[in-house]
Design a binder for this molecule. Structure first.
Ligand code: HEM
Length: 516
């Protein structure tokens, strides 16, 4: 009891001390001196704590936060400015972590093809992805298991599957855009539309009809809650007592239960004739005999849903924005459809769309200029030498590739900042001939030296590229058949780099008019 009385008295005298104006000035000056001391010590610390072999470091004033603010305002400018001072390889601090960025085609190759014994993707991404995807898949398992999971997924992305998907995607797109004003036209929220449409088309085709049927109601909300847990803050702080973290965890459990219920029903009814991804993930076994369980399948389905959503929806949005800015390309795309299919009324097919080269190049050019992923990370688990220099990147740093740097570099692309899909008809991509198989099928071995790498390279290369192309081509073609499109008086939006996947600054509205 005496202790409590003393504590209360102590707090009272502290409060009186703090509220006395004479003491307040003293406190302010103490805080100011404290901050000045921290800033000076941060500077001294950076100068005396120099590892002679480590790459040069970008200096900073605020401890722990480091260059986080300058980086998140505009990472491309941050890279550009520091590249001029330090060259292609340099280290910066962000939220208590050190990132060594490796720019240029050699930098891309270094990061994408780094050895498993030296770097780990799991260590970089796990805090972000495991609470959303669930345990046992992608970055929550040894790398060789991820490689096999990618093989299971690839079986669900065959050409036959794509042939079945295209009419379904076309129908989804038509149905979706019926809700826009197809009598007089108007202004539409393109970003919102693409977000909803990509999730509808992906769930109808990859996830299966049962999930698609739920999409307008409960699953859409669960998706939003999962998505809220997929933000930069989650990458740096694995767990915080924030409502978004609780909602994310709750949504994960509910989403898994929905997939599990669909699987249980399919098993109970002996359903085997489905062509969707969910079906192709059932009854899989790892090479060493370990079964890939139904819960693993549920988690991998959530991973695919999340991996393909923002990447494809922002790409679709940017592509249509660029087309709105370049009406001559819209006309050329419609002419291409007429040439390939005979008429704009003929249904789209997977095989016909393979011959739509300009459409292909519009997507390729969009991904060159506006890739949704601008930083690829690996955590260094063993000190690693950077070829051609004396640098040894210390254990604990993250190495970062940023392929967008080469994608907008004049050295590789003339008039690099301009949107010009036709440039791709003149580019012959270098084929080295050598291929590598990391366990999920052969990919080009020299691929990481290609200046345009929106889908990455090496063992972690994206497995959704073909699906994304089929989806984007169908959505864009169908949209253009229904509506003409132009920018509003606000013009072309800039990129918002504060998001996990770079997207246009919101709101993204466009003018649309029904096509006669
Ligand atoms: C990995 C880009 C669509 C599934 C990646 C990576 C990139 C990328 C750059 C490499 C990450 C790294 O090396 O750390 C894109 C873009 C897309 C797209 C630009 C669309 C325009 C999709 C789709 C799916 C998908 C539709 C699935 C349906 C995955 C998976 C990985 C991955 C599972 C992880 C592979 C690994 O770490 O081994 N994606 N992606 N992606 N992507 Fe995609």
């Amino acid at each position: 009891m005496a202790i409590i009385v003393q504590l209360v008295q102590g707090l009272q005298s502290l409060a009186a001390h703090l509220t006395n104006p004479a003491n307040f000035t003293q406190i302010l000056s103490t805080v100011a001196i404290g901050i000045a001391l921290i800033l000076i010590l941060t500077q001294i610390g950076q100068r005396i704590n120099i590892d002679k072999n480590a790459p040069p470091e970008v200096p900073y004033w605020i401890p722990y936060l480091g260059s986080a603010i300058a980086f998140s305002v505009n990472p491309l400018k941050f890279y550009d400015d520091n590249r001029k001072k330090y060259g292609d390889v340099f280290t910066y601090t962000m939220v208590g972590r050190k990132f060594t960025v490796c720019l240029g085609i050699e930098g891309n190759n270094f990061v994408f093809n780094a050895k498993l014994a030296d770097v780990s993707a799991e260590e970089s991404y796990k805090p972000l992805t495991t609470p959303v995807f669930g345990k046992g898949v992608v970055y929550d398992c040894p790398n060789h298991m991820l490689m096999e999971q990618k093989k299971f997924v690839k079986w669900g992305m065959s050409n036959d599957a794509f042939r079945a998907y295209v009419p379904e995607m076309e129908e989804e797109t038509r149905q979706y855009f019926q809700r826009w004003n197809n009598k007089t036209g108007g202004r539409g929220d393109l970003f919102k539309a693409m977000g909803e449409l990509i999730i509808n088309t992906a769930s109808r085709t990859l996830m299966g009809p049962e999930i698609r049927a739920l999409m307008d109601e409960s699953v859409a909300q669960l998706y939003h809650d999962l998505d809220d847990g997929f933000q930069p803050i989650n990458m740096f702080f694995e767990w915080l007592p924030l409502p978004s973290y609780f909602r994310r965890d709750n949504a994960h459990v509910q989403m898994r239960n929905i997939f599990k219920q669909v699987i249980d029903e399919r098993r109970a009814n002996n359903v085997t004739d489905k062509t969707d991804m969910l079906q192709s993930l059932l009854n899989q076994t790892y090479k060493d005999g370990t079964p890939f369980t139904d819960v693993d399948a549920c988690h991998l389905m959530i991973a695919l849903l999340m991996a393909g959503q923002h990447t494809s929806s922002t790409t679709a949005t940017w592509a249509l924005l660029h087309l709105a800015q370049n009406p001559h390309l819209i006309k050329e795309l419609l002419d291409e459809q007429k040439d390939v299919l005979g008429s704009l009324d003929a249904p789209l097919t997977f095989d016909a769309m393979k011959n739509m080269t300009l459409l292909d190049n519009v997507i390729r050019e969009t991904l060159r200029l506006c890739p949704p992923i601008i930083m690829i990370l690996r955590k260094v688990i063993r000190p690693i030498a950077y070829p051609g220099t004396d640098y040894i990147i210390p254990k604990g740093n993250y190495i970062a590739a940023s392929p967008i740097a080469t994608q907008v570099d004049e050295q590789f692309y003339k008039n690099a900042k301009a949107f010009d899909p036709h440039r791709w008809s003149a580019i012959v991509e270098e084929e080295t001939g050598e291929t590598v198989d990391y366990g999920f099928g052969k990919i080009a071995g020299g691929g990481a030296r290609n200046p345009s790498l929106p889908f990455g390279a090496g063992r972690h290369r994206c497995i959704g590229e073909s699906f994304a192309y089929v989806q984007l081509k169908t959505v864009i073609s169908t949209f253009l058949r229904m509506y003409d499109l132009s920018l509003t008086e606000k013009g072309m939006p800039g990129p918002d780099f504060t998001k996990m996947f770079v997207q246009p600054v919101l709101p993204v509205e466009v003018n649309y008019a029904p096509r006669k």
